[in-house]
Design a binder for this molecule. Structure first.
Ligand code: UDP
Length: 246
């Protein structure tokens, strides 16, 4: 049995090897960063919340036929995942205008998009994760055209399943970021995490534009009550999952 060693430490997670070469262990941290790590802080309990929320959503998506890297959660802030080679793009799906889409296009925050928008950003902190055109994607040879189509189709399906799931939790899924990887059998798997760190989630029961924010925008925009918003997301998701299991 080879001892676990740290493979990589990112902003929100640490990745370890395990005795099984096909399986890695992800440890979710309470550390929070925003604006390409220019803003740093801690969100108490975030590691456990993001781990349990991601696990629940991966299980839900698997049940719908979406292949993910999720294996299990041996501890509250630890997830075992299938080892994949991460494709270095951040796939953003948007249902409602917010964040960089509003800053860069002038669209009003809250505008419902006529159909979901899928965007690709280069996963490169030094370059500030720039928005890519398809031409740049192919120029950089990041992903072949057929695989890009497969990723886009999967992202749109995931959006439909997640939107439905979140509506059952009285949460509006505004936008979110996905990452994909390729496993040793060359399968395309949904990877990384799906959590209030990587999604914009608005409380359907609130109309006030600040009170409705249940995600990392509370940290980005110094809105306060970050921990309680994350806890509320976790409670609603886990009770929805419990209903689904029963
Ligand atoms: N996002 C993320 N990681 C990133 C960039 C974006 O998880 O490095 C998520 C973000 O939380 C939001 C969505 O992707 O749910 C779209 O983010 P946007 O492009 O609007 O960027 P932001 O306004 O956060 O800079």
């Amino acid at each position: 049995m080879s001892p676990a060693h740290k493979l990589y430490e990112g902003k929100a997670k640490i990745l370890y090897t395990t005795e099984d070469t096909e399986i890695l262990l992800t440890q979710f941290k309470d550390d929070a960063t925003a604006f390409n790590a220019q803003k740093r802080g801690t969100i108490e309990g975030k590691g456990e919340i993001n781990c349990s929320v991601s696990a629940a959503l991966f299980e839900w998506l698997e049940s719908k036929g979406i292949p993910t890297h999720y294996v299990d959660t041996p501890a509250a802030n630890e997830m075992r995942v299938r080892s994949v080679k991460i494709i270095p793009i951040e796939v953003v799906v948007r249902n409602i205008a917010a964040g960089s889409l509003c800053r860069q296009t002038g669209l009003a925050e809250g505008k419902v998009l006529p159909s979901p928008l899928v965007e690709f950003y280069l996963k490169n902190d030094e370059l500030g994760d720039p928005l890519l055109t398809r031409e740049r994607l192919f120029l950089l040879e990041i992903v072949p055209p057929e695989q890009l189509e497969q990723i886009k189709a999967m992202a749109l399906k995931i959006n439909e399943y997640l939107k439905e799931f979140f509506l059952g939790c009285e949460i509006i899924l505004v936008d979110f970021k996905l990452e994909f990887g390729i496993d040793s059998q060359k399968r395309l798997l949904l990877a990384d995490e799906i959590s209030p760190d990587t999604c914009r989630l608005w409380d359907k029961t609130e109309t006030d534009p600040q009170a409705r924010v249940m995600d990392k925008d509370r940290f980005r925009r110094d809105l306060g009550e970050i921990e309680s918003a994350y806890q509320k997301v976790q409670q609603r998701i886990l009770s929805q999952i419990a209903k689904w299991h029963n």
